[in-house]
Design a protein around this ligand. Sequence first.
Ligand SMILES: Nc1ncnc2c1ncn2[C@@H]1O[C@H](COP(=O)(O)OP(=O)(O)O)[C@@H](O)[C@H]1O
Ligand SMILES: [Mg+2]
Length: 240
Amino acid sequence: MADPRVNIIDKRLKNIRRIIAVSSGKGGVGKSMVATTLALSLVKRGCKVGLFDLDFTSPSTHIILGAEGVQPCEEKGLIPPVVHGLEYMSLVYYSGNHAAPLRGADTSNALIELLAVTLWSDLDYLVIDMPPGIGDAVLDLIRFVKRIEFLVVTTSSQLAFETVKKLGGLLQELGVPVLGVVENMKMTESTNLQQQTEALGLKFLAGIPYDPKVEAAIGDAENLLKTEVARKVKAIAQTV
Ligand SMILES: Nc1ncnc2c1ncn2[C@@H]1O[C@H](COP(=O)(O)OP(=O)(O)O)[C@@H](O)[C@H]1O
Ligand SMILES: [Mg+2]
């Protein structure tokens, strides 16, 4: 039997032009940082943008944005609050700030439920901050969000890149569009990863340097947009 939630989610997302999932095989590579600065950069470009934090393992975008004192508004669904010009929704509004509140199938259900109940307006872009890895969240999203596109983040380490090969391979096999790969926290001029990315048939979007100023800008969107990370991400925002 067809899952009725597929139709509801289709309806909820039908007026959103592009849906971009920021994903990676590993944690700690900068997904949340890239997703947040990408969403903010698209707002600065004059686009209507939503940011959706679906990382149940460690939701972070509310901290990076400094989204305090806001809550979704309940109105036959959940209306995302507007934070720094973008519509913002996070699993933290669903699960609270509890440690490991969701397990196994609960996680999948929470993610699908949130996709089904969130009432976005007509957006140009919805940026999704994903949990790390090639798990249920990626598979659920591919199943429920027809027009999903992936942006894959890695560090320069071969350990992180090995997981890109797997994730990229899976997406290619399933025919899911991959916008490209971002090499984050880059500390050398090496083009090794760019070459490996291109050899996989994936686009290399940018190398983002390690920027020690980023830590102080967490929670401060205006300063975040002045960092070297944001400068590189803005260039990506021009091309997507
Ligand atoms: N280019 C960068 N330069 C310096 N620090 C960064 C950069 N990108 C991310 N970070 C920091 O690295 C850590 C991991 O980033 P985060 O976005 O939380 O990763 P993920 O979401 O993939 O787990 C955070 O402390 C973040 O502030
Ligand atoms: Mg994260």
